[in-house]
Design a protein around this ligand. Structure first.
Ligand SMILES: [Zn+2]
Ligand SMILES: [Zn+2]
Length: 151
């Protein structure tokens, strides 16, 4: 163990293993920074940049996924089962939806100017329980939400 610092390759692999292990414990779809705060308790010398680079490596090698949800860039998910996400419109927290929701059929879709449609993405928005408990009337949350006005 004392020779580990002479083996950068091994250290990198160990850092990556810790990052992956901690991400797998979470259902919160953390940002790189949130995960860094957790991982540094086990690896005090690790930097945010290292955490981020490892997350990108894990994403590119297909072990985790990087969420691409409007308003939530840079979040990561170790759950590789096919599933969808719902985002709280108040605080931005994200939860998994495991009930299969059919994506729109794209095989017969024709769009002028596009040679090919590759995929679609269904996004859900809601109000999480924590935010709802702070609202007198959770249904009124839509008041804050004006999709037409988002540029
Ligand atoms: Zn919320
Ligand atoms: Zn997820």
């Amino acid at each position: 163990m004392s020779e580990l610092h002479h083996q950068p390759q091994t250290r990198m692999t160990q850092q990556r293993a810790v990052i992956l292990e901690e991400l797998r414990k979470l259902k919160t779809h953390p940002t790189a920074d949130e995960l860094y705060q957790i991982v540094r308790q086990r690896l005090p010398r690790i930097s945010l940049g290292t955490v981020y680079r490892n997350l990108l490596f894990l994403t590119e090698s297909g072990q985790i996924s990087k969420l691409e949800i409007a308003g939530n860039t840079n979040r990561f998910d170790a759950n590789m089962e096919p599933h969808q996400h719902v985002r709280c419109i108040c605080c931005g927290s994200i939860a998994d939806i495991h009930t299969p929701v059919r994506e729109p059929a794209i095989d017969k879709l024709r769009v002028q100017g596009f040679a090919r449609i590759l995929r679609s993405r269904v996004e859900f928005e809601g109000v999480c329980e924590q935010c709802a408990s702070h609202l007198a009337n959770p249904d009124a949350a839509v008041v804050y939400y004006h999709p037409d006005k988002v540029v």
